[in-house]
Design a protein. Sequence first.
Length: 368
Amino acid sequence: MKVNILTKGFISPTARGWLHPVVKNKSRLSEMGIDLTFYLKNIEEVKFCDLIIVESRFVKNEWHKNKEKIFELLINLKTKTNKVFFYDLGDSTFSWVLEVLPYVDKLLKPFIFKDKTNYCIPLDGCNIITNYYYENGMTESDKIRSPIFLKKTDKNLLDKIQLGFNATFADHSSNSNLWKYDYFNRLYRRSFKVFSKMLKNTEVNEYIEPGMNRTQDLSCRMSLNGYSKGVEFHRKKTAKILNKYLKTNKLNRKDFFSEIRSSKVVISPFGWGEINVPRDYEVALSGSLLLKPDLSHLDTWPNIFNKDTVVQYKWDLSDLSEWVEKIINNYDDYINFAIRLQDQYKLYSYGKSGQDKFCEYFVRMIKN
């Protein structure tokens, strides 16, 4: 099966999270009968294949300028190939690109709503948490609402929204090239060919055993501005509640890793998306207990962030302080959350068995 991928390369965190395992496992997928080719430009030969995957970053610049050009591109691609999938690299369960649905066979996302009818609702701030705070009178309207494109009766279109895979399979270790922001790494990331050769898998010594030498109770490092009104409210209220326990200002990557490896608990509020990339994966690596807002509304694969691996608090934050006190004072009663999270993460992210799980899922994803 010949599969061509239209991509802009490793230019964003979500792009790096999805491309890393695909590029790293290209040879293994070839052995399984999947012939992958990556294209940074739409040239004529792209069409000659069994499946084309167009990532959302590939057409991002056109989305707000001339969406009709994107639809024409997708129609044109369908003239010569069997199937066209669109891969939404957005950070959250919400999707900006639902209007591509009539022109593609699947819209894949790393995170989707369990209840797909949420895609038929105009969300304030185009975000589920922002909408929650607005509807409950906790913030003013963000004055941006998600466009209503789908109806609950559009079952055929809703069925096209399907799970891709999340960033579990990427390397989130302290020395990963994916997350270094020095001059040379930024330069290398501009070249798909060069940076592809720099990808590596997470090494076993990067997994820090839960419970070991934890000299600090809590960590929560985050930016507070630059988000929608609802997310800023969510983060600023979190910081205010935690003010009596810790400082929440951001650290450089080296100091951040040092802190979370020494911390029993890391609190990770929502940001652009519900799962923070790479933050939540770094916590899994560090062996800390992860404390997050309720994630029961979303579906993802692999679902390593669930009720058995993550302690979850209410979106209104009314029980956050209670959870913090409970865990700090009874850490031994909750350490199994950290153990299970790291075990789940390691199952998918380390060694040949993790690579096999990814390849088997990728084949099912494109064939079913």
